[in-house]
Design a protein around this ligand. Structure first.
Ligand code: CFM
Length: 548
C-alpha cells in the first residue's frame, strides 16, 4: 500500500499544473481560486498548506455542489426510515432528493414502518407562493398523519419557503399541539441557506439534537455500546458494517443515519461511544453529544480493508476489554485472506494507475485508501463542500475565519445535562488512551494522508476537470452523476462515489472486495478509450429548417 508521503509527482510539477488551471481565469477569479488549490506536501517536516474552503462559488463557474436542503433532507435525515419527511416546496425538490443517493434500509420486520419509498411534498403552486403556504403545509400534515400514523414528522424548507416567509417552526408547534403523540419538527434548510450542502448538515444536526436525541430512555443491551455517526448506508454499506460490528461482539445502538429508526436517535445519548465516519456531515452532533452527555467520539473509517481493521481495533481499544480486543483480531484474521487474494490479483493489473477523486466531504479522502490498497495512486482529489478541518485537521478550527455565510447557521450553545451528563472516561483514562494512539475528538484531515505532489482542489469545476483529464489521462475519475457522462465522453471511466452507480456495498471487508473488482473492470476495459465524442469528428453541427 502506498504510504502517505510517497511522491506522485514533484511539488514543482504540481505547482505548474496549478498555474495552468488558473491561467484562463480573470485576475480576480484566479486570485480566489489560487487559494482553493494547493499541492500536497510531506506529512512531516514541512508545514501543511492552507486551503480556502467552504467559500462561495464564484458566479458563472460550473460547480459540482448541491444545496443546503439536499444536505439536510437528502443526506442527514433521508436514510432514516420512520421519520415521515415532508418537503415544503415545489415538487422538484422532493422528487430529486428521493432515493437518488441509493441509501437503503431494512426494517426489523414487515410490520415496522418504512416511509422511504414515499416522496411527500406540499407541491407548492403559484397561489401559495403569493398568498403563503402554511395552510397547505398543515393540510399535508393532517393528511400524512391520517394515512401513516408516524411517530415523528420532519418538515424541510426549500428556497421559496424562506423567500415568502412561511414559518415552518410555528406550524410544527401548532400541529404538535393538535397531535400530542407525534414529534413534529421543522428544518430551516432553504437551499440558499449556505454556500453548499454543508449548511444543511449543520441545520439537520442542530434540530435532531434539540428535538430528538435524549427524548427516550431506552438503552440497547450490551457491554460495548456505540453509535456510528456519519454513515448513510449507500449501496448497503451499513449492512456490511453491522455484520462486522456484531461479529466483534459490539452493540450498535444507532447509526446517524444509515438503516436507522427514530427510537434509536431518541435514545442515542445512552451509548458509550460515538464513532464518526463522515466527519464533515456530523461532527456537530458528536461534539454536542459529548458536551451534553459526556460521550467521547473517535474518528473511524470503514472504507478500505486496512482502514476497517484499524477502525475496529480502535473501537476495541477504546472499550479496553481484553476479550473484545481478541475477538476483533479473530474477525480481522478471518476476513483478511479473502480480501488479500482479490487484492493481490487486481493489483497486478491496476498497479501504478492514476485516480482522481472529487466527492462531497469525506469520500474523496476515504476512498484513497481503497485505491492505495490496489496499488493505484491519487493524483488529484478534493471536496465539493468540506471545510478546512477536513483538509488540514481539526487543530485549524480556531483559526478558521467566520464569515457571513457561516454566521447564517445557528451555532447552539450546549452545556452538560443536569441529570444525564456522565463522562464515559476519566481524565486519566483519556490520557492512557491517547498514549496508545486512540485520540479522542480528533481528525487529522485528508492532506496529511495524500501523496506528495498531488493536487488538492476545493470545489472543483468543469473547466478544471477537463484540463486535469487532458494533462493526466487518469485511469479513473470519481465523482457524481453531473460529471459522469461528460468525463466518460472524454474517454475516461467515471465511478460515482455518491450513489456507487448500481453496485455496492464498498464498506468493510466484503465491500473492499466489491470495489477492487469493480475498479479493476473499469480501469482495464478498453471501451472508454475507444469511444469517440461526437465533437471529435464534427466540432460544429450544421442544421437547416425546412418549410413547406
Ligand atoms: Fe459525508 Fe456522505 Fe460525503 Fe456528505 Fe454527500 Fe454522500 Fe458525499 Mo454525495 S454525508 S460528506 S453530503 S460521506 S451525499 S453519503 S457521497 S456528497 S462525500
Amino acid at each position: 500500500m502506498e504510504k502517505p508521503g510517497a511522491l506522485v509527482q514533484t511539488i514543482e510539477e504540481g505547482e505548474r499544473i496549478k498555474e495552468e488551471l488558473l491561467a484562463r481565469y480573470p485576475t480576480k477569479v484566479a486570485r480566489k481560486r489560487a487559494k482553493q488549490i494547493v499541492v500536497a506536501r510531506a506529512a512531516e517536516g514541512e508545514a501543511l498548506p492552507q486551503i480556502l474552503a467552504n467559500a462561495r462559488t464564484i458566479p458563472g463557474i460550473l460547480t459540482m455542489r448541491g444545496c443546503a436542503y439536499a444536505g439536510c433532507k437528502g443526506v442527514v435525515l433521508g436514510p432514516t426510515r420512520d421519520i415521515l419527511q415532508i418537503t415544503h416546496g415545489p415538487i422538484g425538490c422532493g422528487f430529486y432528493s428521493w432515493l437518488t443517493r441509493r441509501n437503503q434500509t431494512r426494517p426489523v420486520s414487515d410490520a415496522d414502518p418504512n416511509y422511504m419509498p414515499y416522496a411527500l411534498s406540499t407541491d407548492l403552486q403559484e397561489e401559495e407562493i403569493i398568498f403563503g403556504g402554511e395552510k397547505k403545509l398543515k393540510q399535508a400534515i393532517d393528511e400524512a398523519i391520517a394515512l401513516f400514523h408516524p411517530k415523528a414528522i420532519g418538515i424541510f424548507s426549500t428556497c421559496p419557503v424562506g423567500l415568502i416567509g412561511d414559518d415552518v417552526h410555528a406550524v410544527a408547534r401548532e400541529m404538535e399541539e393538535k397531535y400530542p403523540g407525534v414529534n413534529i419538527f421543522g428544518f430551516s434548510c432553504e437551499g440558499y441557506k449556505g454556500v453548499s450542502q454543508s449548511a444543511g448538515h449543520h441545520v439537520a444536526n442542530n434540530k435532531v439534537f434539540t428535538d430528538v436525541v435524549g427524548t427516550l430512555e431506552k438503552p440497547k443491551r450490551g457491554r460495548f455500546r456505540l453509535n456510528i455517526l456519519g454513515e448513510y448506508n449507500i449501496g448497503g454499506d451499513a449492512f456490511e458494517i453491522e455484520r462486522l460490528i456484531a461479529a466483534c461482539g459490539l452493540t450498535l445502538h444507532s447509526t446517524f443515519s444509515g438503516n436507522s429508526e427514530y427510537d434509536e436517535f431518541a435514545s442515542a445519548h445512552t451509548a458509550d461511544l460515538n464513532a464518526v465516519m463522515c466527519h464533515r456531515s456530523i461532527n456537530y452532533m458528536a461534539e454536542m453529544m459529548e458536551k451534553k452527555y459526556g460521550i467521547p467520539w473517535i474518528k473511524i473509517n470503514f472504507v478500505g480493508a486496512e482502514a476497517t481493521a484499524k477502525s475496529l481495533r480502535k473501537i476495541a481499544a477504546y472499550f479496553g476489554d481484553a476479550e473484545l480486543i481478541a475477538q476483533v483480531e479473530r474477525v480481522v484474521a478471518e476476513e483478511m485472506p479473502a480480501v488479500e487474494s482479490v487484492r493481490a490479483e487486481v493489483a497486478e493489473r491496476c498497479e501504478g494507475k492514476l485516480a482522481m477523486l472529487f466527492v462531497g466531504g469525506s469520500r474523496a479522502h476515504h476512498y484513497q485508501e481503497l485505491f492505495a490498497e490496489m496499488g493505484m495512486r491519487t493524483i488529484a482529489a478534493g471536496y465539493e463542500f468540506a471545510h478546512r478541518d477536513d483538509y488540514e485537521g481539526r487543530q485549524v478550527i480556531p483559526s478558521i475565519a467566520v464569515d457571513a455565510d457561516t454566521r447564517n447557521i445557528e451555532e447552539l450553545t450546549v452545556g452538560p445535562d443536569a441529570e444525564r451528563f456522565r463522562p464515559r472516561k476519566t481524565e486519566a483514562e483519556r490520557a492512557a488512551l491517547e498514549e496508545r494512539g486512540v485520540r479522542l475528538g480528533e481528525y487529522a484531515g485528508m492532506i496529511p494522508e495524500m501523496p506528495v505532489g498531488a493536487l488538492v482542489i476545493d470545489d472543483l469545476n468543469h473547466h478544471e476537470a477537463e484540463l486535469l483529464i487532458e494533462r493526466y489521462h487518469p485511469a479513473i475519475f470519481c465523482a457524481g452523476i453531473k460529471e459522469k457522462y461528460v468525463i466518460q465522453k472524454s474517454g475516461v471511466p467515471l465511478k460515482q462515489l455518491h450513489s456507487y452507480d448500481y453496485s455496492g456495498p464498498y464498506a468493510g471487508f466484503r465491500g473492499a472486495i466489491n470495489f477492487y473488482r469493480e475498479i479493476d473492470r473499469l480501469v482495464n476495459t478498453k471501451v472508454f478509450s475507444l469511444a469517440r465524442a461526437p465533437w471529435d469528428d464534427s466540432p460544429e453541427l450544421l442544421g437547416s429548417y425546412a418549410w413547406s
